[in-house]
Design a protein around this ligand. Structure first.
Ligand code: C5P
Length: 243
C-alpha cells in the first residue's frame, strides 16, 4: 500500500489524506474504548462491522436527502469521505432514558421520553465531553443560531430515519450521538452529518427481549460485542461476507 499522510488518530478511527483534494480516508479500527478511554480493548472485527454499518446508515440518509460527508466505501475497513470542519459538539438525541441521562436525572433506563430530547456536549476528551447549553454554544462561538437551527433539524431527521430503519428489524433506537461538519462550496457553508453512525454511537435494544446490541455490551461487560454488532448487521442484511 502506498504511504499516506495520517491526519488524525482517534479512539476508534484513523483519518488519512484522501486521493483528491477535499477528501479523507476514514479507517475503522478494532479498538474499543469506554468511560473516556479508561476502559480499552481490541475487539476483532469491530472496525469492519462499523465501517459497513456506517456506510449503510449514511447512504440511507443521503437517499432521503439528509446531507452527509460519506462518498464511498473503499474496502472492508475504509471509506472515503468529504473533508469537513467538525463542529466541536456531540449532538445526542434520546427517545428513551438511558446512560448519562438516567444517571443525571434519576429516570429509570428504558423510560419512554415524551418527545425526542436533543442534548449537546462540548467535544473535549480532557474535560470528558461536558454537557453544554445553547447559551454556551452561542457565547463561545462554537456555532451560530442558524447553525443550531440546522443542527436540530438534521438531528431530528436522522432520528426519524434511524428509528424507522431499526424498528423495521425489531430494534429500538434508544439514543444516539452524531457529529456535524461544515463543508464549503465556494462562499457557501453547508452542514453535513459526519464521523460515523454505528452501534458504537447508538443505543440499540431488541424490542422483544430488551437485549442490548450496542457498545453498552462492552461498557457493562454483557457479552460479546462482535456478536451484538453482527446481529444488527445480520438483521439489516449488511454482512461482511455480503459486501
Ligand atoms: O453516555 P450517554 O448516555 O450520554 O450517551 C448517549 C448516546 O451517545 C449513546 O448512544 C452513546 O453511545 C453515544 N455517545 C457517543 N460518544 C460519546 C458519548 C456518547 O457515541 N462520546
Amino acid at each position: 500500500m502506498a504511504r499516506r499522510k495520517k491526519i488524525y488518530e482517534g479512539k476508534a478511527k484513523t483519518l488519512y489524506e484522501g486521493p483528491e483534494p477535499g477528501t479523507i480516508v476514514q479507517y475503522f479500527k478494532d479498538d474499543a474504548t469506554a468511560f473516556n478511554a479508561e476502559k480499552k480493548d481490541v475487539i476483532e472485527g469491530k472496525g469492519v462491522l462499523n465501517n459497513l454499518l456506517s456506510e449503510y446508515f449514511m447512504k440511507g440518509l443521503g437517499q432521503i436527502g439528509v446531507p452527509t460527508h460519506f462518498l464511498k466505501r473503499l474496502n472492508m475497513r475504509e471509506q472515503l469521505v468529504r473533508s469537513c470542519e467538525i463542529i466541536p459538539l456531540e449532538v445526542i438525541v434520546r427517545n428513551y432514558a438511558a446512560g448519562s441521562m438516567s444517571k443525571r436525572l434519576g429516570i429509570d433506563e428504558g423510560t419512554q421520553l415524551p418527545r425526542p430530547i436533543v442534548e449537546y456536549c462540548y467535544k473535549d476528551d480532557a474535560l470528558g465531553d461536558p454537557l453544554v447549553t445553547e447559551e454556551h454554544i452561542a457565547a463561545f462561538g462554537w456555532a451560530s443560531q442558524q447553525d443550531m437551527d440546522d443542527i436540530l433539524s438534521l438531528a431530528l431527521r436522522v432520528n426519524d430515519f434511524m428509528s424507522g430503519v431499526m424498528l423495521a428489524v425489531g430494534i429500538r433506537l434508544v439514543d444516539f450521538k452524531i457529529e456535524i461538519g461544515r463543508v464549503y462550496d465556494g462562499d457557501f457553508q453547508r452542514l453535513v452529518v459526519a464521523d460515523e453512525i454505528s452501534p458504537d454511537s447508538c443505543r440499540l435494544w431488541d424490542i422483544e427481549t430488551g437485549q442490548k446490541l450496542d457498545k453498552d455490551v462492552f461498557r457493562r461487560d454483557l457479552g460479546s460485542l462482535t456478536d451484538a454488532y453482527s446481529e444488527v448487521a445480520r438483521r439489516l442484511g449488511v454482512m461482511p461476507n455480503n459486501p
